[in-house]
Structure formats: structure tokens, C-alpha cells
Design a protein around this ligand. Sequence first.
Ligand code: GLU
Length: 612
Amino acid sequence: MSSRRVRHTARLTPPLLLAAALTAFALTPSAGATPTGAVPTPAATPAPKQPEATGTGGAVASVSAEATDIGIDVLRRGGNAVDAAVATAAALGVTEPFSSGIGGGGYFVYYDARLHKVFTLDGRETAPSTADQNLFTENGKPLDFWTAVDSGRSVGVPGSLLTWQEALDRWGTRSLAQSLRPAEQLADHGFVVDQTFHDQTAQNQTRFSYFPATAALFLPGGAPPAVGSVFRNPDLAATYRELEHHGVDALYRGDIGRDISSLVQHPQVDPASGWYTRPGAMTPADLAAYDVRAQAPTEVDYRGLDVYGIAPSSSGGTTVGEALNILNHFDLAHTSQVQYLHDYLEASRIAFADRNRWVGDPRFVDVPTRALLSQRFADSRACLIKPDSSLTSPLAPGDPRHPSGGCVDAGTPAPTTAEGTHTTHLTVADRWGNVVSYTLTIEQTGGSAMTVPGRGFLLNNELTDFDFSPAVAGVPDPNLPGPAKRPRSSMSPTIVLKDGRFDFALGSPGGASIITTVLQVLTEHVDRGLSLEQAIAVPRISQRNLAATEAEPAFLGSADEAGLTAIGEAFTLNPEIGAATGIQLLPDGRLQAAAEPVRRGGGAAAVVDPEP
Ligand code: GLU
């Protein structure tokens, strides 16, 4: 565990910038400006998004063209993967404010090429010290989910800013101030609103309108910013400037933190909205007590590769890891596509049954992490899978502490509970071979819908990832709220090594479907021979120990669906699953960055020196 270490930085020289990458300037209307948002410089237009880039010198893949450009610029100027990842994350706080930012948290996985070692940071949001298991109950009943989301009650102590500082202190070469400055300028100058940003704002319009500070920022003139207009966030630029001058203490022990806790305790709602929002209990002391946890990664051996992920409080590493251990029983490279998909779905179904029963915050519950990741436990679960019929969900969990020799389930199934569907993932590699795989979030798209007045960022609703009431009567639930406890996550930033060297890295947003997205992309790549770019593009299906398997539209009606249905699988539509990014090292030593061609409006992959 790490203590907070603050690097005090003097104001550093010259602004780094978008310069090389952001050459053209778009003179577009400034409809997105906040009332205080008039700035002299027009928004910069980055290079168009592309889902694949191959070359040398370093690579970045994120969902945002501006954020990827900023990361590439850091690499080009000699920064390493951690420097670039933090700068990219800070920029995502500007262009993806509904999915990330200093009001949220996340999980950071780092491969150090010199040490040939993988490290992780758990920057998950944390419940206030006064929380107990009744955080989301009233009159003995669980609160309605959306009532909880749009409230101070759902806001966890944010971890992202301290994660950035911790990562820079441990492995970076640049200061926090240097890393924030490009994003500060991006917030000041603005970016051009695309369809995805417009649509995400429109989806949130009603609840954003409850909160005056949010409406003023994201609903200029009472409506979502028009596609093609420029969105500026001078309040966020000023917040980043304050952090550049005063360091993370401005948030964890200073006035930004006081503004956060004051808003959580006294949410400011438009009286005309008729909305009543529950206050939360977060205090300045909760912010001061926050720590980023440095902990060992999860690790499994899959087809001779070492797959590293994030340990609890996320369920990502254990669930992806257990499913891979199960899949070690099947030769997915030399079987039909239908049989491969069947094995993938069944392994995921089983791993979710175990995840739901056993994984929570390890500071509060005895999570059998090592046992969940053991091949012996996976062996005792893999034998449930039959080639010609599907298992039925909900499937009961196994007991990793006492894996039986036979295929016997150990108890009552615990349901897969609701989780948000948005977040963001970035992947960075540098010229020295260091790699970052980082997933960050504010939970729902738009988080709690509460913008800190005058600060330009939304607060998370991460505490709604707790179970509101015990999942199964009479069975211990590892994911009930508790004091200073972290809600279980599904985030699965992953780094894969071959013979101790970087091979590829990936991650995705998507709530609990993060786990299945990572698992599907990873197996499509490793077993089915697709490049990472191709593996990211294929239609996704997601089985999370639910009666029906979710499938994207392109999968429904396919021969693969027919083949799986014939052996008992049932499908339901999910319009879009995940928004992955990744980087792979090609056999000739070049890097290939990969992002989504279509999902979430497409992602942005780039390299420092593109191949000729
Ligand atoms: N809150 C979710 C988790 O931690 C992430 C939200 C999302 O990806 O949409 O797993």
C-alpha cells in the first residue's frame, strides 16, 4: 500500500502542446461555451480518428482524437508511457467528461520494460467512513437505482487524480503540472462537438437539467451542444491550473475537496425541477484519508502467455483469469467458430457465477483471489462444459477454497447485478517498451449528474456498484457497502507478456461486459489468429451468468447465432458492447495501436513514427 506522496512542482516551462499534432484550426461557433467561457483562441482540430496505426517510437489508443494526440505529443517529446498515459487521461477528462475525469476513479496497470515486471494501482472510489450496509436502503427497502444514481449518496471519494500522481511518482519522468497542462489548454480552447458527445449529452438532458451547475456547463441555452460547435470548459481549465500550482492536496486537502464534499452533502438542485436528491455523507476527512493502493497484479498462464490484470477491488483480473484457466481445457485454435464461441460463453458464465459470490473489497472481505486464479479450481469448473449443450443460468458458484474433484456447484447462485455501461480505456506504449493499460470511469455516462460548481467536472456515482441489499438471503455478500469500502468493479485493464516481454495490452469500458469484451478480444486474437484490430472489430456477445446472452446486432441472424441456438443458447439484443483499445507488438518490432472502427463513434489509434 502506498502513502500519498506529493511532488510540489514549480510552474514549468513552455506549454507543451498540441502544437505538432494539432495543426489546423476550426473556426466554428462557440455554442458550447459556458457563461464565463469566452476565450480568444478557437478550438484546434486534431487529425481525423483512425482505428489502427502501425509504426515505431511509441503508440497511444484512446476513444478521443484530442486525447490520443496529446499522448503522442508527450511521447514524441521524450516522455515515457506513464507520462503519456496521465496526459491522455487528463485530456479525456476534457473530451470524455461523462465517462472519466478527476471526479472519478480507475485501475492503472503498468509494464516496466527494464524490470520485466507488471505493477498495478487501484484508484477506485471509496465510500465515506460513515457508510454502512444500509447506504442504499430506506425504510428497510433498497432505493430505486436511478434515485440513488442522481444523488450525493452515490458519490465515492474520487481516486483518479491521486492515481495520476502516484503513477508519475513511481514510474514517470514528468511532473503532474506538466502532465495536466495540455489538457488545461484543451479545456480552455475547446474541442469540436461530435455526434457521440452530442448524443451522450442528449441522453442525460433531463437529469442534467436538475442540477444548475451541470445544466450551465453541458446544456448551454438549455440544449445539448450542437454537433460541429466548440465546447469549452474554462472552469475545468482553471481547476487543472490550480492543481498544477498546488498539487493533489488542492483536491484531497484543499478548497477543491471542500467544494466536492459540500456539494455531496448539500446537492444543489433546481427547485423548479421537482427533483429531490439524497445527500451523501462525504467529508473533507474522507478525502484526506483516501489512498491509492499499489498491489500485485493477477496473473494466469494462457497458452504459454502471461496474462496480467487487476486484482480486487476489481473483479476484472480474477474473472478474466478464471475464464482463461477454464479455456486452457479447450483447443480453441483448432475447432469450429461455433464451438469456440460456445466454450467462450460457458467459461464466462461459470467465472461470473464465482465472481458474484466471492469478489469484493479485500480490505473488508476475505476474497480467495489466489484460489480463484488457480488452475486446480478452474479444472473443477471446466468439466461442467459440454460440447453439445449450454449450461443454464443462473449457475451456482463453486468453492475455490475447497475445489472438489468433480463438477459440483457449491451453493445458491448470486445474481449479476446492474452496472453502468460507460467508462473509458486507454493504452500506451513507449519507445523503451514500457506499457500502460488504464481504465477509468465516473460510472454511469454522466456520473451522478452533479457538476462541482465553478470547477467544471462531474462527480461519480460509483457507489451504486455496491449491492443495495444482500444478493442472496443467507449467503454472505462480499459487495455490500461499508465504511471506506470500495465497490466491486469489472474494469479489466490487461497486459500480456510472452517470455517476459510485452506482447499486447487491451481494455474496455462497458460495466460487467468489460470482462467479456476483454475475454472475447483476447481469445479472438490469441486463439483465432486475428490481429488485435480485427479482434476488436468483430461483433460481440456477452454471457454473464444471465438467462440470455447479449449480442450485438451484427451477430444476430448470423450462422454462428443459429449454431449456438441449436445447442441451447438464447440471445438478446445489446446495441453496443464495449469500446476497446489495445496495442500489440508485431513480430518485426513495430507497434500496432488499435481502437474501435465504429463503436462509440470510433476510437483514435496513433503512433509516433508511422510506417512509411
Ligand atoms: N462502474 C463500472 C465498474 O467499475 C464501470 C462502468 C462502465 O464501464 O460502464 O466496473
